[in-house]
Ligand binder design. Sequence first.
Ligand SMILES: [Zn+2]
Length: 284
Amino acid sequence: MRGLKLGLVSAVLLFTTTMTQAQSNMDDVEIKATQLSERVYMLTGMGGNIGVYVGDDGVVMIDAQYKGLADKISAAIAEISSQPIRTLVNTHFHGDHTDGNAAFAKQGVKVVAHENVKTRLAANEKFDREGLPTITFDKALEVKTGSTAVRLKHYPNGHTDGDVVVWFPSSNVIHAGDLFFVDRFPFIDLNAGGNVQGFIDNVRAVIADIDGDTQIIPGHGGLSKRSDWLRLVHMIEATREEVMTMKEQGLSEDEAVAKGLSDQWADWAWNFITEERWIRTLYK
Ligand SMILES: [Zn+2]
């Protein structure tokens, strides 16, 4: 009894400590805005990069990072434009892009996403209902703001099954969502409709529609160009080849992890997608 009670107390303490740490981590986060064109900005903080478009009659923002950062993000956008935020687009359902949805929705911002994003968010009991997308689409959607429109296009089964790439009007800028992790092994969410071949195909499809000068806001990493994105595609193709060769030689998934990739890919590993996790994704 006593042991059980102590265990419970330490579990509660651990939980409280974790929450406090999460909050103080947020307190340390600074939202930085970078202007990319007359009306387009990129905001970085913690989580997926945010895109901001200043339209004729309001601001369209792409992704919302975490709830605990909503006030700082609002303040950063208020410095860019005195117009109200009208629309928030989610590039996909992951928490580091959608946790802040409810905070903006409560201020009257419309949340727009692919229909699979709404389905996945609604299935998550912990997700604040007020942050659920109210406007959903399947293949493509134009978010009109006066005479111009932000174009959203869905790409099936890549990072997840609800990925959207965003084209900003009258500027050569796009937001790639998590189809783009800069110089890191990407997260391909196999449990949520993600697919390695689909990821490659989708990136190549987007790349065919942009040019060498296009500024690309990646889901994670700094502002990039097409050549940076191609480097990611080439890495995926080359590491997949290495893992497929091991599989054909009869190595099990664990044996492939133990053998590892060739040294040239070591710099692509990071705390979330380690070499082990990347090999397991490719093997599956
Ligand atoms: Zn993601």
